[in-house]
Each structure stands twice: as C-alpha cells, then as structure tokens.
Design a protein. Structure first.
Length: 152
C-alpha cells in the first residue's frame, strides 16, 4: 500500500459515507420495487429476509438501471449504464453500511469520481484491509464481522 496522507484518508472516509448513502438508497429500491415475501419482517429491519424477488414493474432492472443479485449475506448491485458496483451486507439496517475490503475497493474502482483512490492500494484486498485496520486503531471504524468494518 502506498503512503496515505491526511487528504487521501479524508477522501476515503468520505467515500465510505457515499457508499453507505448509495447502499441505503439501493436497499430501499430493492424493498419497494420487488415483491418481497417477508415484507413485514424486512420493514422491522430484518434485512437478512431480502430475497431475489420479482420486480413489481415487470422490468428487468430496478429504477435507474440497477441490476441486483441477492446471495447469502449480501446483495450485489450493478448499474448497467455506469458500471458502478456495490456489494451490500444484509444483516439488519446497520449492516447496510458495513465495509468489506474487497467490495469497498470494487466500489471505488467502479465509481467514476473515486476510482483514482484505488492507486493507493497495490493489493486490492490486503491493502484495503490494512487501511481499515489502521482506521480501527484510530477509532474511526469498528470491526463488526469477519473482515467487515463500519464507520463510527
């Protein structure tokens, strides 16, 4: 990993906020635009109940051209126009903001105005994990599960 100055660290922390904001909007789209069998449980914050359900509008994608694929504990969203990718954790409402090193790197790499930040991570997973662990020591993120962290 290349040396990160305060400005780069600040930009990466802002990117985490951007990631969380987009992830929350995408989860809302997924909940409201699909025929989720467990809508009541999901409304209570049990996001692990979200499934690959049919779209209510009969289209192939969520609004704004978002493809989704629920798998295990995550949902992968990909914008079919921009190529932007977010892999979102599905435990509960708080989990949506979890940052996985590799998935965060992919988000940076596929986000037009943030892709320059990937140049600091020579090894996508390892260096991003190292960065997150450093942020944890600085009490800017908290370790939540396996290799997932959440900004404080």
């Amino acid at each position: 990993m290349k040396k990160l100055d305060k400005d780069v660290i600040s930009k990466l922390l802002e990117a985490m906020d951007t990631y969380k904001s987009i992830a929350e909007k995408l989860i809302d789209k997924l909940i409201t635009e699909t025929d989720q069998p467990e809508k009541e449980k999901i409304a209570e914050g049990n996001y692990y109940e979200i499934e690959n359900a049919d779209l209510l509008n009969g289209n192939q994608y969520l609004t704004d051209n978002w493809f989704f694929d629920v798998h295990g504990e995550h949902c992968m969203f990909e914008n079919r126009i921009t190529g932007q990718i977010l892999e979102v954790s599905l435990g509960d409402i708080k989990s949506v903001g979890n940052i996985d090193p590799y998935f965060f790197y992919k988000f940076l790499e596929t986000t037009k105005h943030l892709c320059y930040l990937t140049e600091y991570f020579e090894k996508p997973f390892d260096d991003t994990l190292l960065f997150l662990r450093e942020l944890e020591k600085q009490k800017k993120v908290v370790h939540v599960y396996r290799v997932e962290f959440r900004k404080i």
